[in-house]
Design a protein around this ligand. Structure first.
Ligand SMILES: Nc1ncnc2c1ncn2[C@@H]1O[C@H](COP(=O)(O)OP(=O)(O)OP(=O)(O)O)[C@@H](O)[C@H]1O
Ligand SMILES: Nc1nc2c(c(=O)[nH]1)N=C(CO)CN2
Length: 164
């Protein structure tokens, strides 16, 4: 059984529908989902706010590349186009971590290198799995606690936007 943590993001078009497309696409393999969070953009600041969520998925007969391919197929279904780095997108599916796998391959860096500093990943992940550990970095609880108030204030929990 392979277990992956995936970060979902959308800031173009029907943002919630794009996140739902991803959740429905993983179907019965979804183990748990966070709430949806509305987040201020990091990286490229001058773009619309994102909706972000974290989901945990698990399935037999798949490795980390399989999760990446499934995420990319769902991005394509959401008509994602090649665009600027950290720019706006209809759907982003980042593979945060898969079991304990470490990878330096440029097409699949694991754990995802942005994770330790991204409130938009850490806070929803902690909600979905309070015992989560980021390999090489420790408990997600500690990483989330280390975020500054300013970073936390860039997130707004949106329970009025259900993923299912
Ligand atoms: N852990 C990972 N999850 C998803 N894509 C990855 C991962 N590691 C490397 N990639 C590669 O990243 C490329 C997509 O990058 P993308 O444009 O989504 O980056 P970004 O979302 O703008 O930035 P960031 O990766 O810092 O969030 C793909 O070619 C994919 O193969
Ligand atoms: N808040 C937030 N900002 C972002 C995000 C994201 O998912 N959430 N994704 C980006 C592209 O990878 C760039 N900036």
């Amino acid at each position: 059984m392979s277990r992956a943590v995936l970060s979902l993001g959308s800031n173009l078009g029907e943002r919630l529908e794009h996140l739902r497309l991803a959740v429905h696409g993983f179907g019965e393999d979804v183990v748990v989902t966070s709430a949806v969070y509305e987040t201020e953009p990091w990286g490229v600041r001058d773009q619309p706010r994102f909706l972000n969520a974290v989901i945990v998925v698990a399935a037999d007969g798949l490795d980390e590349w399989g999760w990446l391919r499934r995420g990319q197929a769902l991005e394509a279904q959401a008509q994602r186009r090649r665009e600027q780095r950290w720019g706006p997108r209809t759907l982003d599916v980042d593979v945060v971590t898969v079991d304990g796998v470490h990878s330096d391959h440029p097409d699949l860096v694991l754990p995802h290198p942005g994770t330790p500093s991204r409130a938009s990943v850490l806070v929803p992940w902690l909600e979905a799995d309070p015992e989560a550990v980021l390999p090489g970095h420790g408990p997600v609880r500690d990483l989330a606690a280390a975020l500054s108030k300013e970073e936390r204030d860039t997130l707004h929990r949106r329970p009025d936007l259900p993923l299912h």
